[in-house]
Design a protein around this ligand. Structure first.
Ligand code: AMP
Ligand code: TRP
Length: 347
């Protein structure tokens, strides 16, 4: 079976170390072995109130910034596809069909909706509720088989599999009669790997590092300069004990666990090796090493992002080229889905 990778990142500002280590690092790795499609999911961005996504100018700015981050991190836009979701109409079209496949009960279980909607659920947008169906459409529009994401997206991936399976079952006869493989939509597999699939806030090791945390000290942004990175790591919350020598010593020490995980992910070593090196050391010494490592790894990306965001014409052209190539694959799927469902179309 052919494999294809798809993933998305929302253009909602403050791309941070969690996005990088949880997702983008794996995007870069997978391009060596797979055909990859990476999408800036602008349709998803507008599911929260405009005061949160920032309005049209901010959306354009953030869309270009995520694109720049993909390229700066090492994704080759000539070999792989990088594009923004709204340029390929198939995402919205397939969502409608999947809205009629997915069940209310399935969506009611989505924990991210509950978190994002908060107490005032009546006032949440319908788009926020439907967010996981749009995400399933993103993946299945390209019949992608592998989806690199951070751990927080696991439940959404399970929903995408459920939708694919129900579509294949509901339309099995029609799928066969249109000459398609009985498993028209593959069941996409999450790729959640590495020592930092869930990077935590630098201020509170029990909270996820997030774009929306009001404290900038809670996260390292991909655009932070060396001074900012150093300050944030030095101020990061820790506990008074020295570092343990073995992984089980990190249990119930969320801040220590998080910093060791970040070091491991940035250095490409397992956590056990990091503890082998730093076990027994005080945090002050470990933090100085982490600052050097983080600055070494992240500063070149920040510099390249800065250069690219100044070249707006180039970045926009990457998205346009990518969308054209994505649209070829998407159109094939949309046409097949139309035939399977029974929508008449021009041939
Ligand atoms: P988002 O910015 O919500 O579009 O997320 C983009 C990608 O980053 C997704 O694959 C998320 O799972 C991943 N991600 C976001 N926050 C974190 C985090 N704190 N740790 C690890 N991965 C994360
Ligand atoms: N929901 C994902 C997030 O917040 C972003 C996303 C949208 C995505 N569509 C996707 C990720 C498809 C993987 C595949 O991180």
């Amino acid at each position: 079976m052919t494999t294809r990778v798809f993933s998305g990142v929302q253009p909602t500002g403050n791309l941070h170390l969690g996005n990088y280590l949880g997702a983008i690092v794996n995007f870069v790795k997978l391009q060596a072995t797979h055909e990859c499609i990476y999408c800036v999911v602008d349709l998803h961005a507008i599911t929260v109130p405009m005061s949160v996504w920032g309005g049209p100018d901010e959306l354009r700015r953030n869309t270009r910034e995520v694109t720049a981050a993909f390229i700066a991190a090492g994704i080759d836009p000539k070999k792989q596809i990088i594009f923004n979701q709204s340029q390929v109409a198939g995402h919205a079209e397939l969502t409608w069909v999947f809205n009629c496949v997915a069940r209310l009960g399935w969506l009611n279980r989505m924990t991210q909706f509950k978190e994002k909607a908060g107490k005032d659920r009546e006032n949440a947008s319908i788009g926020l509720y439907d967010y996981p169906v749009l995400m399933a459409s993103d993946i299945l529009l390209y019949r992608a088989t592998h989806v690199p994401v951070g751990e927080d997206q696991k439940q959404h991936l399970e929903l995408a599999r459920d939708i694919a399976q129900k579509f294949n079952n509901d339309f099995s006869e029609s799928i066969a009669s249109t000459g398609q493989n009985e498993k028209y939509f593959p069941l996409p597999e999450p790729v959640i790997t590495g020592p930092a699939t869930r990077v935590m806030s630098l201020r509170d090791g029990t909270k996820k590092m997030s774009k929306s945390d009001p404290s900038d000290y809670s996260r390292i942004n991909l655009t932070d300069d060396a001074d900012a990175i150093a300050q944030k790591i030095r101020k990061a919350k820790t506990d008074p004990e020295p570092l343990p020598s073995e992984e089980k010593g990190l249990e119930a020490r969320p801040e220590a666990d998080n910093l060791v995980g970040i070091y491991a992910a940035l250095s490409g070593k397992p956590k056990a090796d990091v503890l082998g090196e730093f076990g027994g050391a005080q945090f002050s010494g470990f933090k100085s090493n982490l600052v050097d490592l983080a600055v070494n790894k992240l500063s070149p990306i920040a510099a390249e992002m800065k250069r690219l965001t100044q070249d707006q014409a180039y970045v926009d052209q990457v998205l346009i080229d990518g969308a054209e190539r994505a649209n070829v694959i998407a159109t094939e799927t949309i046409n097949a889905v139309k035939d399977i469902v029974g929508f008449i179309r021009k041939r």
